[in-house]
Design a protein around this ligand. Sequence first.
Ligand code: GRF
Length: 191
Amino acid sequence: MSKKIAIFASGSGSNAEKIIEYFEKNETIEVVVIVCNKKNAGVLERAKRLGVPTFMINQGNFLESDETVNYLQNLNADLIVLAGFLWKVPNNLIEAFRGKIVNIHPALLPAYGGKGMYGHHVHDAVIANKEERSGITIHFVDEVYDNGEIIFQVACPVNADDTPDSLASRIHMLEHSYFPEVIAGVLEDQS
Ligand code: GRF
């Protein structure tokens, strides 16, 4: 039976698209759903184009009920991948999928992580502190923001003339080239 990935995304979904494309021809791993909390998120358009079903969540059913947990358990999801998902994952979901939720963070954790450190806030802070390098971190998710066991990191330089946008695009390129492979590795380790 093939391994099933559920991707959670709130935004543009460029990582989600790379992950879907990477596993498209894989006979043992498939992306079965995109879970999304934002009605007009770019990821919904991508999901439609790529033929991947979507499941919409709202504060009520996600944070205050077992609806999402039940949905993912019925799907037999093996791995939840947070790819630009901006809500904190509630404890019922973490307990039900312990060790089976991974997140990507656009900096070298534990630096530049925690509440409020997302999107351009991360790159703004890295540049304001005149860091010479930043990068990406892929980690398991536990009850604390950006705290779970680190699976993979890779660094890139921060140039003197970088803007948050130029740094973000360098980091996006790293994410696109490493995230799918790292996910494949996590699924392999599970079997
Ligand atoms: C990525 O930079 C990721 O690290 C962060 O959110 C961004 C999502 O980008 N958590 P996209 O929606 O996949 O383009």
